[in-house]
Design a protein around this ligand. Structure first.
Ligand code: UGA
Length: 445
């Protein structure tokens, strides 16, 4: 099939790469000539495992092309994916400016039947809106269909998620369009749900909001765990064995960040309010999340007897492991609060430092976790990178001035850390796990 993908961010590029790897002819379109040039040279504009290899292979085999020329790319295509950004406005409403512009251009370039697929996360009703824009701008009566096909890939495992999605959601208004998209995805052999446009659009928001809800829920529970000597990691395990609950997205920590969860929950609140609906539950997801970084730093201040003039090594800046993306990362909040307390910060991240430097140019950036730990009064572990799990913690301990370890993602074993000599503070768990040391548990009351 001839496919055109408009917008080469995470979703767009990965979609384009996977479809071209499956043997389709794919054109990736972006308005940024720099991005297009770098793609044509085989350099992806962001860090994501597997992307570079796939890009180079498909360029070499001449199935993948990149251009700034939207019109010719539309004319070439049977199926056109819209994967441009929908950044949030102040009030949480997604800004559909880029979707509108692209829809107008598609309308003007239309030269025969095509399917226009919205893959960007767009509020319910956008599919119908895109159809009206294309109708208004097409020259002649060329037929077309609009389909909503939301994307569920995660950064860090984007290629895998696109090749092995747990479900493919196709919101279509005609059988002709639905069958064509089914055909396109058939080689993946994954479950497909065919439904109407608004349903598909809501599935995307409801899924992200529900995952964010799980995280805020377990984070709330972690606060109680801390106060009563329970261990939230065990609580989550105990809950997760129940298949009705499921074990995933129950990792307590500093909360969720990234370009999707915060933005999508806000957008769902906006849509619900527009229809006069109560949004208390959705708002709580965000409120609980907002509080995490603040509470974490307050606890550090309390344990260290204030943070003014103290040196804190911050390990991890990306919003999660295996990405250089720092959008809405919890590290931004943590570092902001640490700075307000007057702490000196030595930061290290395996991939995200260049992006983070644009937000905080004046921090001390280090070449390794060990360098960051030198003469530090405390470590704040913010992102759960694998390389932090396997650090030589005895060496870290020796490098530090004071042995405070605040594990914002529960990646270390509290008992082991205490044995090394750290004063360890995890999230929702105490060093003395109740089962291992019942006497201590009792003593704490
Ligand atoms: C999320 C969804 O998981 C994808 O399905 C969706 O396609 C994507 O948003 C999107 O809408 O584009 P992503 O933002 O890449 O993907 O990252 P996640 O792995 O979902 O993690 C989001 C945040 O939640 C991270 O900050 C992570 O540290 C945090 N998290 C995740 C927790 O705090 N606890 C958990 O148990 C899981």
């Amino acid at each position: 099939m001839n496919i055109t993908v408009i917008g080469t961010g995470y979703v767009g590029l990965v979609t384009g790469l996977v479809f071209s790897d499956l043997g389709n002819e794919v054109i990736c379109v972006d308005i940024d000539p720099e991005k297009v040039r770098s793609l044509l040279e085989g350099r992806p504009p962001f860090y994501e495992p597997g992307v570079e290899e796939l890009l180079q292979r498909n360029l070499q085999e001449e199935r993948l092309h990149a251009t700034t020329e939207l019109e010719s790319a539309v004319r070439h295509a049977d199926v056109i994916f819209i994967t441009v950004g929908t950044p949030p406005r102040e009030n949480g409403e997604p800004d559909l400016r880029y979707v509108e512009q692209v829809a107008q251009e598609i309308g003007r370039a239309l030269n025969g039947y095509k399917i226009i697929v919205t893959k960007s996360t767009v509020p319910v009703g956008t599919g119908n809106y895109v159809r009206r824009i294309i109708e208004d701008h097409r020259q002649g009566d060329h037929e077309f269909d609009v389909v909503s096909n939301p994307e569920f890939l995660r950064e860090g495992s984007a290629i895998y998620d696109t090749l092995y999605p747990e479900r493919i959601v196709i919101g279509a208004e005609s059988q002709r369009a639905a069958l064509k998209i089914v055909e396109l995805y058939a080689p993946l052999e994954r479950p497909m749900l065919i439904t109407n446009l608004p349903t598909a659009e809501i599935i995307k928001y409801a899924s992200n909001a529900f995952l964010a809800l799980k995280i805020s829920f377990v984070n709330s529970i972690s606060n109680l765990c801390e106060r009563v000597g329970a261990d939230v990691t065990q609580v989550a395990k105990g809950m997760g064995y129940d298949s009705r609950i499921g074990a995933q997205f129950l990792q307590a920590g500093l909360g969720f960040g990234g370009s999707c969860f915060p933005k999508d929950v806000k957008a769902l609140i906006y849509s619900s309010q527009k229809h006069g609906l109560d949004t208390t539950l959705l708002q709580s997801i965000l409120d609980i999340n907002e509080q995490r970084a603040f509470d974490f730093v307050e606890r550090m201040a309390e344990k260290l007897g204030g943070l003014k003039g103290k040196t804190v090594a911050v390990l991890g800046l990306s919003f999660k492991a295996n990405t250089d993306d720092v959008r809405d990362a919890r590290s931004i909040e943590v570092i902001g609060a640490l700075m307000q307390h007057g702490a000196d910060i030595r930061a290290y991240d395996p991939a995200a430092m260049p992006n983070f430097q644009r937000i905080y140019p004046d921090l001390t950036y280090c070449r390794s976790a060990y360098e960051a730990a030198e003469n530090a009064d405390a470590i704040a572990l913010v992102t759960e990178w694998n390389e932090f799990k396997q650090l030589n913690m005895e060496r870290i301990f020796k490098l530090m001035r004071k042995p405070f370890l605040f594990d914002g993602r529960n990646i270390y074993d509290p008992m082991r850390m205490q044995k090394i000599g750290f004063e360890y503070y995890g999230i929702g768990r105490t060093v003395e796990a109740p089962l291992l040391q019942p006497a201590l548990h009792g003593a704490r009351g």
